[in-house]
Design a binder for this molecule. Structure first.
Ligand code: BGC
Length: 363
């Protein structure tokens, strides 16, 4: 997938196109066309299809969508698909049958929903991607997410900062981990991180002792922590029996904890490990100086932004201008990107000042 940021002129042109399509009528048009000028009833069914509940962010999304859509007067239909694509397809089909006016989707596999989303679109339903890009289809009206390449850049930079702070002079021995290869975020997180790390590998500051630097080699199928842990076990027994590992790029907190457990079991000193999600368990580890960092992408902000878009559609308004558009292989998708924030022991109190749950873990 190509990531492209377009300027205001191009966005204005896209807006003009949407307006043209709006007057075109018929099936298969844009959001403005499918929802119509009158929008839809304020108590309509809104479907939310989440990929799984395997990490804290998705559990939070499950609860927050139910609560916040209800508060906003809608009838929420929130489901999670246990990382199984056919199950997610069926859940979305059921949402269409139940008359949903908007379907919010965090896809398990960014490329596997085209046909079910095409039928949603044909029924005049708006589709909003949540947290992850929806690829290879024109049946997506917008995506709300934390910048995924940006997230990776922050992880890469944080690994470098942690190594400098904790591990003395370079060179540093490191290993790289990626997320689930079907999730469109995972290659973006990795390429963002590598944009920072690759020059330091090239100049010898970082040594990837295993030599595994391609996304396909480092990805963690299904974001499964157990699979990451067994890869880390093999790396440590295969390459580190006579050396210390200084740092590990981890794409999220669950995998970070798996890596830390593996290193501890192998008798290694605590390596510098990055993360993502600010999961409660990892916030505690960061605070206690075990996990070096995490990246905070507050779920309530993402859910709130999504509901803002749904409310605009409900009133029959056009969606607001996106922060950028991204080529999903078929169209330029309007992306509403929020800013993720790195958290270390040093800034944790500040970052979580308005998040009482996480703040309470810092004591
Ligand atoms: C999300 C992460 C999450 C991962 C695994 C990604 O798409 O952005 O927050 O840790 O999926 O659930």
């Amino acid at each position: 997938m190509k990531r492209k940021v377009v300027g205001l002129a191009a966005l204005a042109a896209a807006g003009a196109l949407a307006l043209t399509a709006c007057s075109g009528g018929g099936r298969g048009g844009t959001t403005s066309e499918t929802t119509g000028a009158a929008g839809f009833p304020a108590d309509s069914v809104i479907g939310v299809s989440l990929p799984w509940l395997g990490t804290q962010n998705w559990k939070e999304a499950d609860e927050m969508f139910t609560a916040q859509l209800t508060d906003a007067g809608f009838s929420p239909l929130v489901q999670a698909a246990d990382n199984k694509v056919p199950q997610q397809q069926q859940q979305i089909e059921a949402m269409i049958e139940q008359g949903a006016k908007v379907i919010v989707v965090g896809p398990i596999d960014g490329t596997q929903l085209s046909s079910v989303l095409e039928s949603a679109k044909a029924d005049g339903i708006a589709v909003i991607g949540y947290d992850r890009m929806i690829e290879n289809t024109d049946a997506v009206d917008g995506v709300v997410q934390f910048g995924s390449v940006r997230t990776g850049e922050l992880q890469g930079q944080s690994l470098l900062d942690g190594l400098a702070a904790k591990k003395g002079e370079p060179p540093y021995n490191i290993e790289l981990f990626g997320g689930g290869p079907a999730d469109p975020n995972a290659p973006n997180f990795f390429s963002g991180a590598m944009s920072v790390l690759q020059p330091k590998i090239d100049d010898g500051t970082l040594v990837v002792v295993s030599g595994q630097t391609d996304f396909t080699q480092v990805a963690t199928p299904d974001w499964d922590n157990a699979k990451a842990q067994s890869r880390m076990d093999s790396l440590l027994s295969g390459f580190y029996s006579d050396k210390e590992i200084d740092g590990v790029l981890s794409p999220n907190d669950g995998i970070a904890r798996a890596i830390l457990t593996s290193a501890e079991q192998a008798g290694q000193p605590v390596p510098v490990v990055t993360g993502l999600d600010a999961e409660n368990e990892s916030v505690t580890l960061v605070w206690n100086g075990v996990q070096w960092s995490t990246v905070y992408k507050p779920t309530d902000a993402l859910v709130g932004k999504t509901i803002e878009l749904i409310q605009a559609l409900q009133k029959g308004e056009a969606l607001p201008a996106p922060s950028e558009t991204v080529d999903n292989g078929k169209i330029e998708v309007p992306v509403y990107a929020l800013d993720p924030v790195v958290v270390t022991q040093e800034n944790a109190k500040e970052v979580f000042a308005n998040d009482p749950t996480r703040l309470a873990l810092l004591n």
